[in-house]
Write a protein that binds this ligand. Structure first.
Ligand SMILES: Cc1cc2nc3c(=O)[nH]c(=O)nc-3n(C[C@H](O)[C@H](O)[C@H](O)COP(=O)(O)O)c2cc1C
Length: 416
């Protein structure tokens, strides 16, 4: 396997300070003495061939690697342009979906807001079962994103037990399922290493909601965020009850037929207003009250109905943001739903700290939460730095993720 392709044993120990091409960290949590499945080994060998990859098998190894990189970027002159960091996560989940070293990695990520600021990542999840790959990867992407990591559109390649998830990809590529797995992993590595999300001069941000303006905590937070987005063109679309029917699951050809005409079988607000707005937008922000630990039905219908547009348009160059408010708990579940549906499935780019999550139930209480102003500033700052050209130099508020006060320090350090 290309475990440290291109590196000697000595070079493995430290990040080389003179190398032009940065080492590509591959975080593959591995329990002591656990074997790497042969199938996964072959996939990684092919995907990492010719890359200066460095395998990190424990949370501690990742922590050391990140701190060495930070020291290195501090040694370099601030005027030197610093390429953004890239990172690949590889989850080997066995038959039961449990990898104890992965649990330790999650703990590290959840305790380290800002640790992955400036990194862009992808995930390969391999299992002997047809279960667990998506849920584990979604949980990992959420944790790493709260730690500041951005993810490319379609950041996940899953090797399920049977590999039957590759049936269509294999047919399109003219190969077998194992070949499709290998090619998809290699394509993911290329995408992680090469994707650059470019800020725009006058970005268009589309806000999608289904809330009552007067009483909604989610809407109140958005109203405050919006005030901090000067230089943006903002479009808001309300998907209230009665305006939107859910997807009816038309046959592929019928969906494609309507999609190619910029529409959908149902037409209506989705075809007339929402599709053109999504096409035009540089980013979308989903305003999501937690309804029964899920997105509301109308927002779910929006995502399902996006399928017709997705037949002809990809969203890799559009950023996804979210504001999630729960009365009691569970915002991470709703944020995970956004990640799975819009980043993993529908190809939207996921900027670091893509979501603001708050807990507030009674009308008007979200804006009275302790420290809320700082978190609104920090979240608006992340939107600005992702989408608005020139905003990267603005002073940041707080780090990605919730409740952190280390943002200034982390973000000014930048990344290797
Ligand atoms: C239909 C419905 C289901 C809800 N389910 C949950 C839930 O599962 N968990 C929770 O913490 N809050 C739940 N809530 C409370 C909302 O998340 C809460 O009111 C929050 O402030 C966001 O809603 P808002 O933007 O309309 O104010 C629910 C509210 C409604 C109306």
């Amino acid at each position: 396997m290309a475990e440290t392709a291109g590196e000697t044993t000595e070079e493995k120990k430290t990040v080389r300070q003179s190398a032009r091409e940065p080492v590509f960290p591959v975080v593959m949590p591995r329990e002591k003495d656990a074997a790497i499945p042969e199938r996964l080994r072959a996939v990684l060998s092919a995907a990492l061939a010719g890359r200066k990859a460095r395998i990190l098998e424990t949370a501690e190894e990742l922590e050391v690697f990140l701190s060495q990189r930070r020291s290195l970027s501090e040694i370099r002159s601030l005027s030197e342009s610093r390429p953004a960091g890239r990172i690949l996560f590889v989850l080997s989940l066995g038959a039961d979906g449990v990898n104890l070293e992965y649990a330790r990695l999650l703990r590290f990520l959840r305790r380290a807001p800002g640790a992955l600021d400036g990194y862009t990542g992808g995930v390969i999840a391999d299992s002997e079962s047809d279960l667990f790959t998506k849920s584990a990867a979604r949980e990992l992407v959420f944790a790493a994103n709260c730690a500041g990591c951005a993810f490319v559109g379609r950041p996940l390649v899953e090797g399920t037990g049977t590999l039957s998830n590759f049936a269509i990809v294999a047919r399109n590529l003219g190969t077998d399922w194992a070949g499709a797995y290998r090619e998809s992993a290699a394509e993911l590595v290329r995408s992680v290493l090469e994707t650059e999300f470019v800020p725009r001069k006058k970005p268009v941000l589309l806000a999608l909601h289904a809330s009552s303006h007067k009483t909604s905590n989610t809407w109140a937070l958005w109203s405050e965020v919006r005030k901090r987005l000067d230089g943006f063109e903002i479009q808001e679309i309300g998907l209230r009850n009665g305006t939107l029917s859910d997807c009816s699951g038309c046959p592929y050809k019928m969906c494609l037929h309507f999609g190619e005409r910029g529409s959908c079988f149902y037409g209506g607000v989705m075809a007339e207003d929402v599709y053109p707005a999504v096409r035009r937008a540089d980013g979308i922000i989903m305003l999501c009250p937690n309804y029964n630990d899920a997105l509301s039905a109308n927002l779910t219908a929006f995502i399902n109905r996006l399928t017709a547009l997705f037949r002809t348009v990809r969203f890799y160059d559009k950023a996804l943001f979210g504001i999630v408010v729960s009365g009691y708990s569970g915002s991470d579940i709703v944020a995970g739903q956004l990640i799975a549906a819009l980043n993993m499935n529908k190809t939207f780019y996921l900027p670091g700290g893509f979501t603001m999550m708050e807990t507030a139930n009674d009308a008007g209480t979200a804006l009275k939460l302790p420290g809320i102003e700082g978190r609104i500033d920090a979240f608006a700052g992340r939107i600005r730095r992702t989408l608005l050209a020139g905003a990267a130099a603005e002073k940041s508020g707080a780090a990605a993720g919730r409740g952190s006060d280390r943002g200034d320090e982390r973000e000014e350090r930048g990344n290797l």
